[in-house]
Design a protein around this ligand. Structure first.
Ligand code: NAD
Length: 490
């Protein structure tokens, strides 16, 4: 029985610094439950002074505890224990996540929690598997490339997958010997605190992982600007990413990893195969987490031969969606995170319509869901390349539909002026799939599937306005180390 009563869950409200819970002194921020709009709790955000305390504690702890200097294998052991504790306390963590975010409890238990624990295990394995290098030089000298941790990494995460986003940031950073100060989204502050407590229980020295809560404008900016933060790893919108990049340049020329927004195409050719299979794939691609996923495949570009059959099947499938609160084990469909996001989805649909778009299905909030922010899966057709629904990330369950005749036209429509996060290509022709893969400028191309596998070795990250650098994979671990060139004459 996974369903639970959200009023009976005790919430860790506040910050976690040096292994202790702290209350902030800053502005009060009300945190609402997306499923019913009720206030779950109020937190006092971390101001610059509290951020300073967290970063200073992190810098002190990583040296005093030996975390940065110990054998990488020891770090790996701590991370493995952490992953085991996440599994042990899965139900409690899942409740915190489901109550305060858009993630239905069954989805958290079946996907998000195992995914979070496995990401940490993956980086535990990286800790002592990847070394530096010996470089070819004259016989009378020896050149080495010696990896080192940066020091304190400032991590900033969005609200759409709070637990797994935290694991993608903390796993590689800690495995590489850094300390971390993590600021989760102010909309989803609860589960990450429990995650950090479990890390300390697993043997992570207190202070090596700290959580500060608050808005981007106050807490996030103070973290980016702090002189002891040597690198910033951010996931969020492209607009915020741009601000963070300029702030990081201004406050100490810090390297940044930026995982940003997307507007990913789903290119479906006439020979894509079974219509039902393809329709289900496209559907999941834009409705998972209510469309609030950076990788959402929100632009269907379909060849005319199968367009009618595919689109009419998608319309029928969209009509079958049922909203339900995230603490009910039968719920599968996520609400919008808050009123502002629901308003944004509505506004974008109206703007698209004003510029000629036609609503094929959906286009409205679900009726009878009280103060929950549930939006109907929506298909928009008659959109040209400069329609706002094509140009901008909506971050809701909205799929635009465009038609093409030949491959060149399909690829032309798939290109995007701003984003390059992911793409789906659906065809039985290997040659066509490979041509499309080469032609599309995106950090990830999925062929005859849409979505990640459990293979953490595959990195994720965008081209163009979708970001810089990679999360996941060995690349994320490498990005948490800097390399020192050493030349010895003998
Ligand atoms: P957001 O950019 O509004 O906020 C993300 C985080 O940044 C939050 O913690 C926020 O408080 C903080 N922040 C905001 N302004 C800041 C500032 N000036 N300085 C420092 N921190 C600041 O994004 P969001 O609405 O929380 O999340 C949705 C966005 O995230 C979408 O654009 C989505 O595509 C993107 N996203 C990308 C990926 C990826 O891997 N590429 C994954 C998930 C989400």
């Amino acid at each position: 029985m996974l369903s639970f009563n959200p009023d009976n869950v005790s919430l860790p409200i506040g910050h976690y610094i040096n292994g202790k819970h702290r209350q902030g002194q800053g502005n009060g921020l009300g945190v609402k439950r997306p499923s019913d709009g009720r206030v779950a709790g109020e937190l006092r955000e971390a101001d610059a002074a509290l951020v300073d305390e967290a970063v200073t504690a992190a810098e002190y702890a990583r040296n005093a505890s030996g975390w940065s200097q110990c054998s990488p294998r020891e770090r790996g052991a701590v991370l493995r224990r952490w992953a085991d504790l996440i599994a042990r306390d899965g139900e409690q963590l899942a409740r915190l996540e489901a109550l305060g975010s858009t993630r239905p409890i069954a989805e958290v238990i079946n996907h998000e929690l195992p995914f979070t624990a496995e990401a940490i295990r993956f980086y535990a394995e990286c800790a002592d598997k990847y070394s530096g290098d010996l470089l070819p030089t004259h016989d009378a000298s020896l050149a080495m490339l010696v990896p080192e941790p940066y020091g304190v990494i400032g991590a900033i995460t969005p609200w759409n997958f709070p637990l797994s986003m935290a694991s993608w940031k903390c796993g590689p950073a800690l495995a590489a010997g850094n300390a971390v100060v993590l600021k989760p989204s102010e909309l989803t502050p609860f589960s990450t605190v429990r995650l950090a407590e479990l890390a300390v229980e697993a043997g992570l020295p207190a202070g090596v992982l700290n959580i500060v809560q608050g808005s981007g404008a106050v807490t996030g900016s103070a973290l980016v600007a702090h002189p002891l933060v040597r690198k910033v790893s951010f996931t969020g919108s492209t607009q915020t990413g741009a601000q963070i990049m300029s702030q990081a340049a201004f406050h100490g020329m810090k390297p940044v990893t930026l995982e940003l927004g997307g507007k990913s195409p789903q290119l479906v050719f006439d020979d894509a195969g079974d219509i039902e299979v393809v329709a289900q794939r496209i559907l999941r691609g834009f409705t998972a987490n209510g469309g609030q996923a950076c990788v959402a495949g929100t632009r269907l570009i379909v060849q005319r031969g199968i367009a009618d059959a595919l689109v009419s099947r998608l319309i029928t499938l969209c009509q079958g969606f049922q909203p339900g609160v995230t603490w009910d084990e039968h719920s599968r469909y996520a609400p919008m995170i808050d009123q502002r996001q629901a308003d944004k989805v509505q506004q974008m649909i109206r703007q698209a319509q004003q510029q000629g778009a036609e609503v094929l299905v959906g286009g409205e909030r679900f009726a009878h869901t009280g103060d929950g922010y549930f939006w109907q899966p929506t298909l928009l057709s008659a959109v040209n390349q400069d329609n706002p629904a094509i140009l901008q990330e909506i971050f809701g369950p909205v799929l635009t539909v465009q038609y093409f005749t030949d491959e060149a036209e399909g690829l032309m429509l798939a290109a995007h002026p701003t984003y390059g996060l992911c793409a789906g290509v659906h065809t039985q022709s290997l040659a066509r799939a490979m041509r499309a893969m080469r032609a599309i400028a995106a950090g990830t191309v999925w062929i005859n599937r849409y979505g990640r596998s459990g293979d953490f070795i595959i990195p994720t990250g965008g081209f163009h306005g979708s970001g810089i650098g990679k999360d996941l994979g060995r690349q994320a671990f490498d990005a948490c180390r800097r390399y020192k060139s050493v030349l010895i004459d003998f």
